[in-house]
Write a protein that binds this ligand. Structure first.
Ligand SMILES: Cc1cc2nc3c(=O)[nH]c(=O)nc-3n(C[C@H](O)[C@H](O)[C@H](O)COP(=O)(O)O)c2cc1C
Length: 213
């Protein structure tokens, strides 16, 4: 049974552009996979602790030598890894905060980048272990960071996510960005603003499922 992992990280809920766009992706996905399962992780609704020395010690302790305390320290990370392994596809909503990813998403990333689980240096070169997954990142940014614009070099969201997930093995990744959402704070009509982005998300979701547009 196909499984989609749906992750949101905007703290703004009803006002969030990235959440509205990931919801549109999920609706399209459900329509194409009536027997599919959608797993949801709302990173703004949970508390993810920052990694610390004890957590790092647990990660680098060989599995057979882990104490109950080590296992407890890694339990949240293990449950996030299980989400990633179970799902065939990921859709991840990402608001740009301070030119980068929001802190909730970074805390989650620190929990899922695990040696021997999602990447390995076993044969001397880095190898991603999340194989055969498709990811769609839906990014919302206040300003516009398109290539060739003056602001392009300030965008640390897409290059970071592309590198990080590529390192973990997720090379089949699509990035859809709704740029210029600040217009919504200046009276721009929300439906008019969102229409082309909703269209892009739905079209991409259809293409992913092998449909015609
Ligand atoms: C704490 C915070 C930091 C932000 N930093 C930036 C930024 O560095 N660059 C930018 O273009 N927009 C920035 N924005 C605007 C958001 O990227 C924009 O509101 C976007 O729509 C957020 O996605 P969301 O609507 O899904 O929450 C920031 C917004 C917040 C709340």
């Amino acid at each position: 049974m196909p499984t989609l992992l749906h992750i949101d990280s905007s703290p703004l809920y009803g006002r969030s552009v990235s959440r509205q766009l990931t919801a549109a992706f999920v609706s399209q996905w459900k329509a194409s996979h009536p027997n599919g399962t959608v797993a949801n992780r709302d990173l703004s609704a949970i508390t993810i602790p920052p990694i610390n020395a004890a957590w790092i010690g647990a990660v680098y302790t060989p599995e057979e030598g882990r104490t109950p305390q080590h296992k407890e320290l890694l339990s949240l990370s293990d449950s996030f890894l299980a989400d990633l392994e179970r799902a065939d596809e990921y859709v991840i909503g990402v608001p740009m905060h301070n030119f980068g990813v929001p802190s909730s998403l970074k805390l989650w990333i620190d929990q899922i980048a695990r040696v021997g689980k999602t990447f390995s240096y076993a044969d001397g070169t880095p190898k991603g272990l999340l194989i055969g997954k498709k990811a769609t990142f839906i990014i919302a940014t206040g300003a516009i960071y398109d290539a060739q614009t003056q602001m392009a070099s300030f965008n640390f969201v897409e290059p970071y996510l592309r590198s990080l997930f590529g390192f973990l093995g997720v090379t089949d990744a699509t990035f859809l960005t709704a740029g210029g959402t600040v217009a919504l704070n200046h009276g721009h009509d929300r439906d008019t603003f969102l229409a082309p982005h909703l269209h892009a998300v739905q079209t991409h979701a259809q293409i992913l499922q092998g449909g015609h547009v």
